[in-house]
Design a protein around this ligand. Structure first.
Ligand SMILES: Nc1ncnc2c1ncn2[C@@H]1O[C@H](COP(=O)(O)OP(=O)(O)OP(=O)(O)O)[C@@H](O)[C@H]1O
Length: 288
């Protein structure tokens, strides 16, 4: 909680009790376009407070225990089996506040904890320590989002819309728009197992973004789309922001992040290394 108090005091422009090193809080900039009157500017949508996520991998020994003769001998003498559990501390004390209208890009090297952080915000991973508070229901849209490969695109659209809480009338209204946006045309009648990875990713994005989300989490879903589709996706992300939602975007393509986001968080080995203006953060990230 101390971390969060420090962050919030920074948001208010107060001096933190302990000056932050390389972590900055980005003040919520005014997004362009209209926003509903009942959503004041600067309303927090996601508060991540000193979040730690630890994976437990069963059936694996830790490095310290592996191949160590003394440990092995001790285990034999004590008639113990080989330790079967390894812990991976993937997110280590991450703290930030996201606001209505924010589109936040998350960058970082492989294994830095980007996907883990998104899954934790979506409520799919329990915090080991700390907490995530969200205003509204976060929806995670990932390359592995649960569409069913053996079902046709058509069935997946209908089921996906129901899963997001749409009514049958809303599904009927949105159906053609989703097909058109995805650009899969007549493939909609075929099982998704016949789709290329790009087609699958486009359909997933089209379904998930057909609904207005309070908090939309996108994990590399734009990576496989072509140029034209990326442009359309960026436009849709902008619309979501303007309707007072918050978007988180994980992508290895820094250009996509720079063109779509108003703020970037750089994760390094599970910690925030920098948080701020996309141009500044990406420049620092590229330098290493
Ligand atoms: N299900 C899991 N079980 C155990 N460890 C995991 C699991 N998922 C991720 N990890 C580990 O957690 C750390 C962070 O992984 P994560 O996938 O969040 O990183 P990332 O930044 O999204 O990586 P990438 O850019 O390669 O997608 C890594 O060390 C990874 O090996």
């Amino acid at each position: 909680m101390a971390e969060l108090t420090k962050e919030l005091s920074q948001v208010k422009g107060e001096k933190p009790a302990v000056p932050g090193k390389d972590v900055r809080v980005h003040p919520n900039p005014e997004p362009q376009g209209k926003r509903p009157l009942d959503v004041p500017t600067g309303t927090p949508t996601v508060i991540v407070d000193d979040l730690h996520i630890v994976y437990r991998v069963y059936g694996a020994a830790s490095d310290a225990e592996k191949g160590n003769a003394v440990n092995a001998l001790t285990r034999i003498l004590k008639r113990q089996g080989r330790p079967q559990m390894k812990e991976v501390h993937a997110v280590k004390g991450v703290t930030f506040v996201a606001y209505h209208g924010d589109a936040i890009g998350i960058v970082g090297r492989n294994g830095s904890g980007k996907s883990t952080l998104l899954r934790a915000i979506a409520g799919l991973l329990p915090p080991h320590k700390g907490a995530v508070y969200t205003d509204g229901q976060p929806s995670l849209l990932g390359v592995n989002a649960a569409l069913m490969r053996e079902l046709t695109g058509e069935r997946n659209i209908v089921l996906g819309c129901y899963a997001m809480g749409m009514t049958p009338a809303e599904v009927r209204e949105k159906y053609q728009e989703i097909v058109d946006f995805s650009g899969i045309d007549e493939f909609v009648q075929l099982p998704m197992s016949t789709y290329s990875s790009g087609m699958g990713a486009r359909l997933r994005f089209a379904i998930s973004s057909a609904k207005t989300h309070d908090v939309l989490l996108i994990d590399e879903a734009l990576a496989t789309g072509d140029r034209e589709f990326r442009k359309k996706s960026e436009e849709r992300i902008r619309q979501i922001r303007e309707s007072a939602g918050t978007v988180f975007l994980v992508a290895h393509d820094l250009k996509v992040i720079e063109e779509t986001c108003n703020r970037v968080i750089w994760l390094h080995k599970g910690k925030i290394k920098m948080d701020g203006d996309p141009k500044e953060v990406i420049a620092a990230y590229n330098k290493g």
